[in-house]
Structures are given as C-alpha cells and as structure tokens.
Design a protein around this ligand. Structure first.
Ligand code: G3I
Length: 301
C-alpha cells in the first residue's frame, strides 16, 4: 500500500491516531487524518472529566462527533478511557469508599452503554500499575475502593457493550520489567478466573532507545490469549526516531495477535510532547523519515 491505513489493512491490522475533535474543522489536519488512518481515539473527549462533568450528568458531544467522523470515513474507534486516576472530574476526586465505587461502576456502565456497538476496543482501565520495581498497583482513590476494582470495571463494561474488546492500557511497559510483569500476572489471573479481558494496550511513549525485548514482551502477553495493541505511540526526536518507529511497527507485525498501532496525534504540533517532535508528520503535514520507516515495515510484514 501507499498509505498507512491501506498497508495496515492489507495485513489485517489498523493504523490509528489520537484526535482532538476541535481539529476536525481544520482541513489540513483532516486531509492527513482521512488519507492515512483507519482508526481513531479521542485524545481527551471520552475521559471521565469530559463525559461526566457533574455526577450523573453525561456529555457526549465530543465523543459522538469523533464517532460520526470515523463512521463516515471507514475508521474504527478505540475508546479511551473509562477509568483513570487522572482527569477524574472534581466531584469524583473528592469521593472515596463505597460511594466512589458505585459512582465509578455507574460511569463505566453509562458510557459503555452510550457508545455500545460503536467501539472496537475500550481502554477500560488506564495506568493502574505503579512505576518502579514493585510490580504492584498504583495508589489512587480508585485503588482504595478495593483491589478488585479493575475486575469489577471489566465486568461492568462487558455487560454494557458485549461487542467491544476490553483492554487494560499502560505506559513504561515496553519491555519485560517489574511493571509489565505485574500487569502480566493480573491478565493471567483474569484469564484463569474468567474475568472478561480481551486485550492489553502498550502506550509506547518512547525516548531515544527501544527495549531489546519489546517484541518478546508483546508476545508473552499474546500467549496468554489476549490481543495486544500499540496504543499511544510517539518517539522523542533525534537520530533514532525513524529507526525506533520502524522497529516498533515490525514488532507488531511479527506478533500475530498485535491487531493495530495508534500514534498519539497526527502532526508534531498536535502532540502533547511539544518540542519533542514525536510524531510521523511535521507541522505542515509533510511525511517524516519516521513515516517512511513505518510504511515500509507495514508493507514488509
Ligand atoms: O480543556 C481545557 C481548557 O478548557 C483549558 O483552558 C486548558 C488550560 O490548560 O486546559 C484544557 O485541558 C487540557 C486538556 O489536555 C485538553 O487540551 C489539560 O489542561 C491537559 O492536561 C490535557 O492534557 C492531556 C493529558 O492526557 C492529561 O493527562 C493531553 O492532551 C493528552 O494527550 C494526554 O494523554 C495521555 C493519555 O490520555 C494517557 N496516557 C498518557 C497520555 C499523555 O499524557
């Protein structure tokens, strides 16, 4: 193929981008988005603070807009994220215990029900594991409602939208390390007890090097019987950027259960990483060397 979306589709995969829905009225942005990508995820608009700004009052304007754009342009949608300790609405930040527990399960149920049938995969829980060597859970008000909050969220999401793949999503999991192993053990436990989980997202916000066991790490999760996806890829600029982009793409192509790659924005200037120039297109929408490496890796795979 000659575009990311065509080349990925030829290999039975998707190639996606995070979208800020405000940019859907910028034609230079939309031109690149529609030409190159066949999957989208909302950069912010489907998060808890955006979708339930007041308890029990749901707002789906941004998410609905993204879904209609996707449907009109042959794109699938990743849902991000039902539960995350960041970007909680203020009212939830000040809650705890059983009140928070029912509020968060209600949030999962309401949002997954609203988008039922329209989401390819949901990040049901985002970033719940701690950084560093513990391999354990991150402390948060969500975690303090009980260690079983993650499985409760997955069960609620399955009940609300049985057709969506349900993912756990995290960062700094780009090789075999204490954090990724903690997640691996949770997924293995969920599979053995029948807790509904279908996929694991590897955000892959990368610096100037790539873990040598990046592909092996994806494979060990796939071997547990879940799909794996690269969900928020961006790479610090520098001599290795194009090389790393190519290597990540090859790793996904080499793992049969790696179903797709999402980059966290379209053009460098759309990126949360600012001067890192971490994406595949420059600020004018021109293809970078990293783009060429990704396209070649998709076509070779
Ligand atoms: O919407 C408000 C706006 O009203 C206000 O005037 C402005 C002033 O700061 O802030 C706007 O909100 C910002 C929001 O993005 C929308 O632009 C927040 O401040 C800002 O913190 C928020 O940043 C997002 C960040 O998540 C929040 O944690 C980034 O855009 C988004 O790219 C980033 O994405 C996360 C993933 O969800 C999870 N993994 C890591 C990734 C990168 O941090």
């Amino acid at each position: 193929g000659t575009t990311l979306r065509a080349s990925a589709a030829e290999k039975g995969r998707y190639f996606g981008a995070a979208v800020a829905t405000g940019k859907l009225s910028t034609s230079a942005y939309v031109t690149v988005l529609n030409r190159e990508f066949n999957s989208v995820v909302a950069e912010n608009e489907m998060k808890w603070d955006a979708t339930e700004p007041q308890q029990g009052q749901f707002r789906y304007t941004g998410g609905d807009r993204l879904v209609s754009h996707a449907q009109a342009n042959g794109m699938s949608v990743r849902g991000h994220a039902l539960l995350w300790h960041q970007q909680e609405p203020g009212w939830a930040q000040s809650m705890s215990g059983s009140a928070l527990r029912s509020a968060m399960i209600n949030h999962v149920t309401q949002v997954a029900t609203h988008f039922r049938g329209k989401i390819y995969a949901w990040d049901v829980v985002n970033e719940a594991f701690a950084d560093g060597g513990s391999g354990g859970r991150r402390d948060s008000n969500l975690q303090r409602t009980g260690n079983d909050w993650i499985e409760a969220a997955f069960r609620a999401a399955r009940a609300a939208d049985p057709g969506a793949k349900l993912c756990y999503n995290d960062y700094n999991t780009d090789g075999v390390n204490a954090k990724s192993t903690g997640i691996y053990n949770m997924v293995r436990d969920f599979k053995s007890r029948g807790v509904p989980i279908d996929c694991v997202g590897f955000q892959s916000h990368l610096g100037t090097s790539l873990a040598g066991d990046y592909q092996a790490n994806l494979q060990r999760f796939a071997d547990l019987g879940v799909d794996v996806q690269i969900t928020e890829l961006d790479v610090m600029t520098g001599g290795n950027q194009a090389t790393i982009y190519g290597a990540v793409t090859r790793a996904c192509m080499n793992v049969s259960r790696c179903t797709g790659i999402t980059v966290w924005g379209v053009r460098d200037c759309d990126s949360w990483r600012g001067s890192d120039n971490a994406l595949l297109f420059d600020c004018n929408g021109n293809k970078k060397a990293a783009y060429t490496n990704v396209l070649n890796a998709l076509n070779a795979g």
